[in-house]
Every structure is written in structure tokens, then in C-alpha cells.
Ligand binder design. Structure first.
Ligand code: NAP
Length: 491
């Protein structure tokens, strides 16, 4: 793997690399360059110099390049799917779905060509107008997470580039390969040099320097709330615009009149998709007391039947790394010590051969009675969830809203009054009623509270990359009269 700076693929000047493991086997997958501040400076300079010609190219031609990149990805998509399975441990079927998502984002955003409009406001006098232009900010710093390492790259690159910004991208150190592969496709598609630069290295080492860089105008980051808060502090040095897509703790409410089979199927997806490592994962399940015993029994039985192992063939693959695995063990033992009962899973699976060194954990369901327990408050980000009995809608909605995070939420009910009440009351950026996620390209993916600020997707997501600029224009042809300046001063 190499760094891409101003159109050239380079080794890091320091000669330093970090190791990236295959989560299914614990074996070293590849060596990742550790960029230093000098390479960050070079990438920022390149993106900054490339800005004007890229902006002046116009959105029609920029869109063509994004579409060509999408075609090149389509032609070789199996390569990207293979990378996702290897570096993330994603199931094959989920890797295929993620590449579909990459293409959907790119095609959707490319469709905004020639659709960026502004306003013309009346001036105070008839022969005056105020033109309000939407213009690109300049250099965008894109920081991506490991859980959807290709889709998050596409969701940032496509709108940033379509609107005429240039980009410095740094992917997660856990999944840099898919981002590098996509970058190569953009170059092959004809992206001019310097428009997209690719840097790898630990966020803990070069992150502060990158986000405070004076050439950065927008920082778009998807990741944890802790990192987002740090970025906010450091970015204040330069007042960069922030789009922060951070943590989640989705409540999943199953009401007494729910279609049980659909609710169960959706819950199994919403909890164990990507081994529970999703920002919209069902992290806490609230079930109406009338159906609680039956529903929870079925959920626990289905969870126990999930086959964990090789992501090529199993129902669920590994966690991303050894610390994620340790974190599951910590949450489950804390829950057990706090009195919650294990209904399914609760340990590592016993796997043989190479998989014995992988980062696997069994899908786990715990019965919880305490809303304040870490199981119901912290973002677990793995295949562990808690279920709780609820009696009335007001308290279910209150419990659902009782979270520092506010990204996704779910409700299963056939009653329109219950559905509409929830739609009004939930304080989450997304509510899925009687259906699974994930978010659509044409939806605005955003969250309340510590889930961050700004959002991605839809025309609202495009706006995040555009700055409103005002041009005041006088065209009467008459001499100006400014009542605080005496005309006789100019004689
Ligand atoms: P993370 O550790 O916060 O890292 C996210 C990105 O920020 C990585 O590229 C990381 O690089 C970089 N980074 C780390 N420290 C930095 C610093 N000081 N300055 C600048 N950049 C820095 O998050 P993650 O573990 O990759 O992802 C999991 C989290 O993402 C979860 O909380 C999940 O909920 C959230 N997520 C949210 C959404 C959403 O749409 N809201 C979607 C997906 C995931 P390194 O890898 O080198 O540290």
C-alpha cells in the first residue's frame, strides 16, 4: 500500500508502517504506511492547488468522472468485495451489499450535476440585486471508520467532489485497503492530480495535525463520539466546518400488535448485521409485556441458532480486532454481575484451525431490568444486546429517548395511532417503522445529541459541502449617492 499525493503513489518518507490483521484469523494482512506531518502538508498543498481548476471544470464534467469511476468499480466489483471480506471480516453477502451501496451513493450524487442553484434576492433599491451563490468550500478532510469502509468513503467522496471541493482522505487504520482501491478507480476515471489525496496513519498520531491544518475548510468524519469531540476541539484552531456522524444506541420497540415474524426477522438483521458493528444496530430491545415471553423466547432461540465462523459461509463473522472482542467480554460480565440473565450466547465460540485465532464472539441476548445499566447506556458496537419488558407507550418512548445518542430507532406496530405518536415523540434522526434499515441515499442520515452534527445523503447532505456566498450588484447606471459621504469631497 502507498500514499497518494498530488497524483503520485509514494512510500512514507519515514519508512514506518503499521500492521493490519485479518480479523478472521489474526494473521497479518498487510503493511500500512504511516504518513508524517510532512506528507500531510504535501497532501493539503496538492488539494489546495487543485481546487480552482477542479471547480471551474463545472459539475457536468465532474459528474462524468464520478460516473466513470462507478463504471470501473462495477467492472471489477468482486475485487472490492474480496477486500471487504478480508480486511473487515464482513460476510460475503454483506460485502456484496456494501458494494451495491457504494455504487448507489456514487450514482445518486453524480445525479446532482447542473442542479446546484442559488437565489437572487431583491436589493433595497429596484436596480440592485443580491446573488446568493452556493460555492464549494475548498479542501475537505474525509475521515472514515472501519465498519463500512467502502460505503463511507463513497458517501463522502461523491458529494464533496461533485460540488467542486478537493479532498484529502484518511481511512480507518483497521480498513485502509478498500479506501485505497476506490481511490485508484477515481484516478483511472480521469480525476485530475491533486483533487483526491490518500493518506494513511494512526489518527492518534497525525489526526490532531490534520484537523487543525489551516488549509482544511470542511472536516467530514464518521466514527466514535470521543473522536468527534476531540476533532471539534482541535478544529476550532481553524474554524473548519464540521460534519460529524458519530455513535448510536438504537432502541428497538416491539408493540403488542406487532407482526411478530417481521419484527423478529428485522431484529435479527438490525442486531447481527456486520456482527453488530453498525451505528444503526438495535442495541436495546423494548418489548410489550403482553407478548414479551413469547417474543423473547423466539428471539433467544433464533440467536442461538446463528452460526458464527468463516465470513464466506457463516451467518456471522468476526469482530474487527482483539480490543473489540475484549470489550464484548467486559460488557457481558458487567451485565451478569449487575444481575442480568444470559438468554443466548455470552461467550466466545469454540472454532478450530486458523479461525481459532480470529476475533469471534457468540451472538448474545441478555435480559435487563435496569435502564441505567451500561448494556442500555453505552454503545456496545458488537453482537450483544439487552431486552426489557415495557407496559405502556409513554414509558417505552421515554426509555427509548433516554440515551446520549440519537441516530436510529425502530418500532413494530400495526396501530396507526401508536406509530404516529412515536413518529412525533422519538428524538432520533431516523425512525424505521415496520421495516429494517439501512438509510437510503435520498434520506438525510443525521442524529440528535452526541451522535454529532450535520448529516449525509439527500439534497441536504449535498448542502454540507456548499457555502452560501453573497454578491451585491448595482446596475442602474446612475451616480451613487452615499449619504454619509459629501459629494463635494470628490471635486
Ligand atoms: P474512530 O476510532 O472514532 O475512528 C474514525 C476515524 O477517525 C478513523 O479514520 C480514525 O483513524 C480517525 N481518528 C482517530 N483519532 C483521530 C484524531 N484524533 N483526529 C482525527 N482523526 C482521528 O471510529 P471507528 O472505531 O473507526 O468507528 C466506529 C464508530 O463509528 C462507532 O462509534 C459508530 O457508531 C460510528 N459510526 C457512525 C456512523 C454514523 O453514520 N453516525 C456510521 C458508521 C460508524 P484511526 O483508525 O487511524 O484511528
Amino acid at each position: 500500500m502507498k500514499l497518494l499525493i498530488d497524483g503520485e503513489w509514494k512510500d512514507p518518507e519515514s519508512g514506518n508502517y503499521t500492521e493490519k490483521m485479518n480479523p478472521s484469523t489474526g494473521e497479518v494482512l498487510e503493511k500500512v504506511p504511516a504518513a508524517g506531518v510532512r506528507e500531510v502538508d504535501e497532501a493539503m498543498d496538492a488539494a489546495s492547488s487543485a481546487f480552482w481548476p477542479w471547480y471551474e471544470l463545472g459539475s457536468k464534467e465532474r459528474s462524468r468522472i464520478i460516473m466513470r469511476a462507478a463504471q470501473l468499480i462495477t467492472a471489477k466489483r468482486k475485487e472490492l468485495e474480496d477486500i471487504l471480506v478480508a480486511e473487515n471480516g464482513k460476510r460475503r453477502i454483506e460485502a456484496i451489499g456494501e458494494v451495491d451501496g457504494v455504487l448507489d451513493q456514487m450514482i445518486y450524487y453524480a445525479g446532482f450535476e447542473r442542479k446546484i442553484t442559488g437565489d437572487v434576492a431583491e436589493g433595497d433599491n429596484f436596480d440592485r440585486k443580491i446573488f446568493q451563490y452556493k460555492v464549494p468550500y475548498g479542501v475537505v478532510l474525509a475521515l472514515t471508520p472501519w465498519n463500512f469502509p467502502a460505503a463511507m468513503v463513497a458517501r463522502k467522496l461523491a458529494p464533496a467532489l461533485l460540488t467542486g471541493n478537493t479532498v484529502v482522505m484518511k481511512p480507518s487504520s483497521d480498513t485502509p485497503h478498500s479506501a485505497e482501491w476506490i481511490t485508484r478507480k477515481f484516478l483511472e476515471a480521469g480525476l485530475p492530480k491533486g483533487v483526491l489525496n490518500f493518506i494513511t496513519g494512526k489518527g492518534s498520531e497525525i489526526g490532531d495535525y490534520m484537523v487543525a491544518h489551516k488549509k482544511v475548510s470542511v472536516i467530514t468524519m464518521t466514527g466514535s463520539t470521543e473522536t468527534g469531540q476531540r476533532i471539534m476541539q482541535k478544529a476550532s484552531a481553524n474554524m473548519a466546518k464540521l460534519v460529524l456522524e458519530l455513535g448510536g444506541k438504537a432502541p428497538f420497540i416491539v408493540w403488542k400488535d406487532a407482526e411478530i415474524k417481521d419484527a423478529l426477522k428485522t431484529l435479527l438483521w438490525a442486531k447481527f448485521w456486520n456482527a453488530g458493528q453498525s451505528c444503526i444496530a438495535a442495541e436495546r430491545v423494548y418489548v410489550h409485556s403482553d407478548i414479551y415471553e413469547n417474543f423473547v423466547k423466539k428471539f433467544a432461540a433464533a440467536t442461538s441458532s446463528i452460526h458464527v465462523g468463516d465470513p464466506e459461509t457463516a451467518d456471522m463473522g468476526p469482530l474487527i480486532n482483539s480490543s473489540a472482542l475484549k470489550s464484548m467480554e467486559k460488557y457481558v460480565s458487567a451485565a451478569k454481575e449487575g444481575g442480568s440473565k444470559v438468554l443466548a450466547g455470552g461467550s466466545r465460540p469454540s472454532l478450530s484451525g486458523k479461525l481459532a485465532s480470529g476475533y469471534f464472539y457468540l451472538p448474545t441476548v441478555l435480559e435487563e431490568k435496569d435502564q441505567k445499566a451500561s448494556l442500555f447506556q453505552d454503545e456496545i458496537f458488537g453482537p450483544v444486546t439487552g431486552v426489557m419488558k415495557v407496559d405502556d407507550l409513554d414509558s417505552a418512548l421515554e426509555l427509548a429517548n433516554d440515551s446520549k445518542y440519537g441516530l436510529a430507532s425502530y418500532l413494530f406496530t400495526r396501530d396507526i395511532t401508536t406509530a404516529m405518536k412515536a413518529a412525533e415523540r422519538v428524538r432520533f434522526g431516523e425512525l424505521y417503522i415496520n421495516m429494517p434499515g439501512p438509510e437510503a441515499s435520498q434520506g438525510y442520515h443525521t442524529g440528535f445529541r452526541l451522535t454529532g452534527q450535520g448529516g449525509e445523503g439527500s439534497a441536504y447532505g449535498i448542502e454540507e459541502y456548499l457555502k452560501l456566498k453573497n454578491v451585491y450588484f448595482e446596475y442602474s447606471g446612475k451616480p451613487l449617492s452615499i449619504n454619509t459621504v459629501r459629494d463635494d469631497l470628490l471635486r
